[in-house]
Each structure stands twice: as C-alpha cells, then as structure tokens.
Design a protein around this ligand. Sequence first.
Ligand code: FAD
Length: 496
Amino acid sequence: MTTAKSDPTFRPERQREVAEALRAVLPPSSVLSDLEDTRPYECDGLSAYRQPPMVVALPDCERQVIAVLDVCRRLNVPIVPRGAGTGLSGGAMPIADGVVLSTARLNQIVRMDAYSRTAVVQPGVRNLAISEAAAPHALYYAPDPSSQIACTIGGNVAENSGGVHCLKYGLTVHNVLRVRMVTIDGEVVELGGEALDAPGLDLLAAFIGSEGMLGIVTEVTVKLVPKPASARVIMASFDDVVTGGNAVARVIAAGIIPAGLEMMDRTSSRMVEPFVKAGYDTDAAAILLCEADGTAEEVDEEIARMTAVLEAAGASAIQVSQSEAERLRFWSGRKNAFPAAGRISPDYYCMDGTIPRKHLARVLTGIAQMEGRHGLRCANVFHAGDGNLHPLILFDANRPDELERAEAFGAEILALCVEVGGTITGEHGVGIEKIDSMCVQFTAAELEAFFGVKRAFDPPMLLNPNKAIPTLNRCAEFGKMRVSAGLLAHPDLPRF
Ligand SMILES: Cc1cc2nc3c(=O)[nH]c(=O)nc-3n(C[C@H](O)[C@H](O)[C@H](O)COP(=O)(O)OP(=O)(O)OC[C@H]3O[C@@H](n4cnc5c(N)ncnc54)[C@H](O)[C@@H]3O)c2cc1C
C-alpha cells in the first residue's frame, strides 16, 4: 500500500506537467491533483489494494475524453478508466504515475426508444437508472448486478457484468447492441449497430469484457425487454449443500430456464437474515431461490414443474412467494449478501469463478475442505444456474498473514474451477486480483494472442496497463511458465 507523497517514485514535477496539460484542455474543476481530492479514487471494491492516482480527469463530453487521451498519449501517461468504482477485481485501481479518467459526469440518458425497445446512454449512467427511466414504458434493462444501484453501464460493458436474471436474459454482451468508444489515438469508433447483427468481425463481443484496456466507452445502446406480467419465486431448503447443488443441475436438465436460480449456504443465509429479514430458512444447509416469470398461467405452470423437480431432488421444504412484496423480500437477502458479510467479519474477499453446473457439488465439497486447510471461514453465495460461484472468504486484515491466507484460499478455489473445466472469472473480471490465475488458465500462446488484440487497439499500451493479461515474466515468477536456460518462450512479449 502506498500514498502518493510518501511513495519514493512520486515525482511532483511530473504531476505538475500532466495536471497543467490537462487543465489546458478541461475546465480547472475537472482536473484533480491534490491528495485529498485524489484519495477517494485510490481503490475500487477490492479495497485491500490502494494507490492514489497522480491526477484524476473528469471529462463531461466525448470531445473532452478525446482531449484527455491526446494529452496522455503525447506525455506517455497511463490511463485508468473508472465508472462507479464498484468493481471487485481491482480493474479501476489507479497507477501511481497515471491518470484516472472518471466517467462520473458522462451521466445522461441520450434517448429512450420504446418503439424499438432500446436506450442510448452515456457510460456513467447507473445500471438501475436505465430500468427506472424505461419503467413508464413497461420495459427494463435485464442484466442486474447486485451493485446495480451504483455501478455504471460503462463498467458493466468493461466487465461483461451479470446478475440474477442473466440465466434467462443473458449477460451484458447479450443485451448491448452498440458501443461508441474512443481509442488511444483519439479516434471515435462504433462497434455493433442498432440492428440485431452488424457486418464484419464481431468486435463488439471482443470489446465487451475487455476491462478498460482497448478504449474508453462514451455511449452505449442497450436492449430493453418487456417487464413480465408476473413473477414468483420458490425458496427450497436442502439438508446438505451437495443435494442442493445437484438439484440445480436437475432443474436445468428438466428443460426449465428459470428467470433466476441462486443458491446460498447456511453461513450466508445466517449472515444475511438478521440484516435483511428476508424470511430465509436458516436451519437449512443450503437454500435455492428459483424464479418463474411471464403471464400468470406460465408462472403457475413453471412453479409447479420446478416444485416437482426440487422435491424429487431432495428438497426438505418448499415455500413459494405469495405476493410481490414477499418475492422482493426473498431476493433482497440474496442481493444484500456481500454487504451482510461485514456483519460477521471485518473483511471479506469475494471470489468469482465459473464451473460446469454438474460439478457444483464437487466444488462445494472442495471449498469446505479448503476452509480447514487455510483456517478461514467461507460463505457461499452464487448464481447457481450459471455455475457462477461467489465464495466470500471471511478474514481480518489486521491479523498477521490473514490477507495472504485469504488470497491463497481464493487462488486454490480458482484452480479447482479450472480443474473441473470452468474459468477463473464469471462476471467480476480479472483486473489485478486474478492476474496470476490467468497463468493457470491460459497457455503462453493464448496470452500472446490476448496481447496481440491489446496492441492492435492500443499500440503504446497506455490503457489500463498491467491489468487482466499477465506478462510471461509474471507467470514465470508465479511458477506457471516454464523457463528454459533462463530464457522465456516469447521474449518479444511485454514485461512490466
Ligand atoms: C456489493 C457488490 C455486488 C456486486 N454484484 C455484482 C453482480 O451481481 N454481478 C456483477 O457482474 N458484478 C457485481 N459486482 C461488481 C461490479 O459492480 C461490476 O463489475 C460493475 O460492472 C462495475 O461497474 P463500475 O461502474 O463500478 O465500474 P468500475 O469499478 O469503475 O470499473 C470496472 C472496470 O471497467 C472499466 N471501465 C469503467 N468505465 C469504463 C469506460 N467508460 N470505458 C472503458 N472502461 C471502463 C474500468 O477501467 C475497470 O476495469 C458487485 C460489486 C459489489 C461491490
């Protein structure tokens, strides 16, 4: 952890040079360089890592974004884009000698088109604000991260964010039609289009999830979907997590795609219940929340089918929401699970791995064994239908070596995800948090291909450098890259 002015690498004359150059192209109040002003930007949701940026730039239009990029390119300054800073993998974590480009002032809904069921929004618009603006047209934006009250659509695009309703309605990548962005050269590029498909290579899909490394998003066209006429949710209890995990696979195998299929273990439901009073069965080893939406008849039919499957899969109790208020109450517990961790532990480390659903039970058993090995508790909350796990490792950073043990525990969970055929991230991105785990997941040739894409968009490598893609040196240090006679296989690749 460093603070700008105690950091031996801090160079006041460089800071002055960059701030002055930015003040020449932005209003003075849009450039922050005093430590008390830059401090609020020192971390994102991965708050164990902090670094105040050299300068923060707050452009309020695309023209100003281009101007910031021009200055940074000319002065060779790295740029970290930032939305609301709710990211959990350190994607918006600043660089000591870099500029944070905040999209907080690019917060306008440009157009709401109920006829074509689309909305055009600036990147700093909050996820929930889109659905609120679409509500009078009985429409909403489906991807719903639990952080949706705060996180921005620019951050969602950069992370390819998901949420409870993504099992049925798709992730960000399935709900964004067009992205307008500025490259490091200051060129404005439109990816995708207003139609359902666009000619040429699908660069939109490559861009979504690229963690601020390929360009700065300045405008997004999202799809809106009709609000379902009705929805109800089942809360099913299980006496052990393995039976609960297997039940998830059986619901999907029965050909049902619930509007949400989430699981919480007992540690999680007991953590949340006193805080939210969601009405959870806190005696159950695990609870599943399974939602059906559609017309009243469709919902009744799907609830009946899911109930039958869950009972056959060994559910010990089933409760179905009887009103909209009760449905929202059931979900409020799940949506508040991360903040609730703060009630039982000074710190928590939220992991994000994805596995084939059929391995849920095996991975949960593995995590339980790791709790003993690392001497730390873990609460399991997850988008079970997508196989996207969010183990919350509970620790106290003030106790010697607990952060290191939490990180080792997290890395072991991700390695297990890869071992069963899954991935090291579901929706929170790689950032700085999982960069070493990328060495576990990908070969040197694959990492080289990722750098190839990065270089094609950002030749000077100034956009969010050192995030998401590990250098081969880093993998070698991490012990996951073979170094023969002191030589790396790809000496041409960047090494920071
Ligand atoms: C309590 C809590 C619950 C959460 N639940 C979920 C969940 O259910 N699902 C989920 O997917 N995530 C979840 N998250 C993680 C986080 O909210 C998402 O990753 C979200 O998309 C981040 O948005 P943001 O605006 O905060 O972006 P930031 O954290 O500011 O940035 C995230 C990344 O996007 C880049 N970026 C931001 N804006 C731009 C832009 N305009 N152009 C280019 N790059 C940009 C940044 O450089 C960074 O790499 C949760 C976080 C918290 C704290």
